[in-house]
Ligand binder design. Structure first.
Ligand code: SF4
Length: 116
């Protein structure tokens, strides 16, 4: 299987071709620098994303912006979104305050990105 991966490590955005099967990488081509090789291999084996969304404020018609403090495997994003959707918080909230610790057993925390 060949997968084309856009490298997001720098603004050049190289389209890197990774050939392999499951978690075995056979070759990496079209990278602009060595950093892209590691990025593309990691994306091929286990793609991850920073999750940004909002959380409801308890008893109010307000939402506060949150994000994951580390990348989350793409395969767990929907499950994490569901847990976040069920969560409500009480004000006040400080910047970077942990809203959900170890969301869906990922080892990642969901934190506030704004003070309210
Ligand atoms: S491969 Fe290197 S040059 Fe290309 S986007 Fe990634 S970091 Fe930038």
């Amino acid at each position: 299987m060949i997968k084309n991966i856009i490298c997001t490590v720098c603004p050049r955005g190289c389209s890197i071709s990774v050939k392999g099967e499951n978690s075995i990488v056979e070759s990496v081509e079209n990278y602009g620098c060595k950093r892209g090789i590691e990025y593309a291999k990691a994306e091929f084996v286990c793609p991850v994303r920073i999750l940004t969304t909002v959380v409801k404020v308890d008893g109010k018609d307000e939402l506060i912006p949150v994000r994951s403090n580390k990348p989350i495997p793409k395969s767990k994003i929907l499950e994490c979104m569901e847990e976040i959707r069920k969560t409500t918080i009480t004000l006040p909230v400080k910047m970077h305050q942990v809203i959900i610790e170890n969301v869906c057993d990922t080892g990642v925390s969901i934190v506030a990105t704004k003070e309210f």
